[in-house]
Write a protein that binds this ligand. Structure first.
Ligand SMILES: Nc1ncnc2c1ncn2[C@@H]1O[C@H](COP(=O)(O)OP(=O)(O)OP(=O)(O)O)[C@@H](O)[C@H]1O
Ligand SMILES: [Mg+2]
Length: 207
């Protein structure tokens, strides 16, 4: 990924827009029915604000994070905002992204989300998709896979993570107010995180 960072982020925005109602419906079950709406608003602002032709991936990711932080609101705004800003630090000044960079991006994004949200794996959040995805991505890269193959495996783990969130009780965020009644529902944030990874995978596959 080089000067196409704008294209990749705008594809993520398209995916969020296409799944806006789905994500909002998931959040209606265990939250306040705003996750898709929040994220779509954020990405509309991002696509307007980030430069189309800036090759500095780090700078574009940083701008993306800052825009999400200031426009998405709720729990997911600061969390996704932090994730993209941490990704921006990893990519500071870089115009190409290697598999090792993407590994570092995932780890930095997760660390940022955890620092901000104080959640661990198993609390029915976006982390239940992202952490297993990051782990398997690293395993695949260490085993010699290319970035798209590793991302395919990561997306499969993220999908499994979504399924896992159906089986557990939420202990963080608004869904935790429901206690055991949150069981049986898939987590909206785990779903948007998986959609994001799948969009990046598809984008890199096309390249
Ligand atoms: N502490 C946390 N750590 C990681 N992810 C979290 C945390 N709290 C919530 N989330 C994620 O955020 C998603 C909900 O995002 P949403 O945009 O609906 O914010 P919200 O919960 O409605 O925010 P608020 O309750 O502040 O209005 C959840 O599905 C979950 O994945
Ligand atoms: Mg919500």
């Amino acid at each position: 990924m080089s000067t196409k960072v704008y294209d990749c982020i705008s594809k993520i925005g398209d995916t969020i827009e296409e799944n806006k109602d789905f994500l909002t419906d998931l959040d209606r079950e265990i939250g306040d029915a705003d996750h898709g709406v929040n994220m779509a608003r954020g990405f509309h602002a991002v696509v307007e604000k980030i430069p189309k032709d800036d090759a500095n991936i780090g700078a574009v990711l940083k701008k993306t994070g800052m825009t999400l932080l200031s426009t998405v609101g709720g729990a997911s705004g600061p969390l996704y905002g932090t994730a993209y800003m941490e990704a921006g630090k990893v990519m500071a000044g870089k115009t190409e992204m290697t598999a090792e960079d993407f590994s570092a991006i995932l780890k930095a994004a997760i660390a940022g989300i955890q620092k901000r949200g104080k959640a661990i794996r198993g609390e029915k959040t976006m982390l239940d998709a992202l952490i297993p995805a990051s782990e398997v991505f690293d395993e695949k890269i260490a085993g010699g896979s290319d970035i798209v193959t590793a991302l395919n495996a990561a997306c499969e783990e993220a999908e499994k993570g979504i399924e896992y969130t159906k089986t557990i009780r939420a202990t963080k965020g608004r869904a935790s107010y429901l206690g055991d009644r949150s069981i049986g529902h898939q987590d909206p944030g785990a779903t948007s995180a998986t959609l994001t990874l799948e969009t990046i995978r598809d984008f890199l596959k096309e390249e």
